[in-house]
Design a protein around this ligand. Structure first.
Ligand code: TK8
Length: 339
């Protein structure tokens, strides 16, 4: 079946039982196309990162690999794009780790609330051994994780009231990503969470199907959520990494040289994307307030209450994921903080 799917899309088919580390034969004159799709719109640093990837790959392969970029869920939501990669009907997507945990449950660890203390520590951990160990687990899912990009620290917005503490979150209906830990954490915090694909979120907010959502400031601003949300708080409750994923069927069809080119390009584009993302997340909080949103700070005491409240949920998930993996992540964070 994989052969027909790949052939129908004009990509070179993979060997039926190709194991890890396989590479295709160079096929001179054959042009391959990478269809790369994301959920956010063409203003977001996620898309600008994709354009960088396109530029690097097309330049370094002399155009023998062409990258077509799609934004705003034009090719589907995060989960359906990952499934398309598995089938070989799409080549690249860059989801948050939260929906990836539906495929490789160990990824849940990166979405532990209040895990990463800063972007810099996140970079070091994700780009280090632990990060690579997690990417390697994607292999069994017919996916290749080429690099970590950044979505960033998530903040809470809603249309009902200013949120300064857990007390204010009580009963708010909040859209979360499709991830069990996110759901349980928000339930523990007193909110009423509903999982939903990002592609349906704006309409759900607009129609009042949910009171609020949580995403980094750049997404809130660039997706125009301030048009349908009145309040934002710097909960910074979860740091969301993005993972640059490629279909393994497609990756295995590339020559070793091409594999190196796409891997390097994904990483370099990621450096560029993280930089732009940080600038955007720093810049747009002011802009949101200018657009009329009220901004409420979560003070230390209120944040500590949240940290303590979600701890039992984390303990439960640590057991599920494997305490050894969770400990490795904590250890890597400790080391990164010492640098
Ligand atoms: C975009 C998503 C989004 C994520 C979410 O496809 O679903 O809230 O934060 O940015 O990956």
């Amino acid at each position: 079946a994989l052969f027909f799917v790949a052939a129908a899309c004009g990509t070179a088919p993979a060997e039926p039982d190709a194991g890890e580390g396989t590479a295709g034969e160079a096929a001179p004159g054959v042009q391959r196309t990478i269809r790369a799709g994301i959920g956010l719109n063409d203003q977001h640093p996620q898309y600008l990162g994709l354009l960088k990837f396109k530029e690097l790959v097309e330049e370094r392969t002399d155009g023998s690999i062409v990258v077509e970029t799609y934004h705003s869920g034009q090719l589907g939501d995060d989960r359906s794009m990952m499934e398309a990669l598995q089938l070989g009907t799409q080549e690249v997507t860059v989801p948050s780790t939260a929906p990836i945990a539906g495929f490789v449950q160990e990824f849940t660890v990166f979405d532990f609330p209040f895990l990463f203390p800063s972007n810099e520590v996140a970079d070091e951990v994700l780009d280090g051994e632990v990060g690579q160990m997690m990417l390697d687990k994607l292999d069994d899912q017919n996916l290749v994780g080429l690099a970590y990009w950044e979505n960033g620290f998530r903040d809470l917005t809603n249309a009902r009231r200013a949120v300064a503490s857990m007390e204010d979150m009580k009963g708010l209906s909040i859209r979360t990503m499709e991830n069990e830990l996110h759901l349980e954490a928000f339930r523990a915090l007193g909110a009423n969470p509903t999982p939903m694909a990002f592609t349906e979120l704006f309409t759900a907010l607009q129609q009042g199907a949910v009171d609020g959502q949580e995403n980094p400031v750049a997404t809130v601003y660039l997706q125009g959520f301030h048009e349908v949300q009145d309040h934002i708080s710097n909960t910074h409750h979860i740091y969301s990494p993005f993972v640059f994923l490629m279909s393994k069927t497609f990756f295995d069809s590339l020559t070793e040289e091409e594999q190196e080119i796409v891997r390097d390009a994904a990483r370099e584009a990621g450096q560029h994307q993280r930089q732009l993302n940080r600038e955007a997340n720093a810049q747009y909080l002011d802009d949101l307030q200018e657009e009329g949103m009220t901004y409420t700070e979560i003070d230390e005491e209120a944040r500590q209450e949240m940290i303590d409240t979600v701890q039992p949920v984390l303990d439960k998930y640590a057991e599920r994921i494997g305490q050894d993996i969770v400990d490795q992540v904590y250890e890597a964070i400790r080391e990164a903080q010492e640098d």
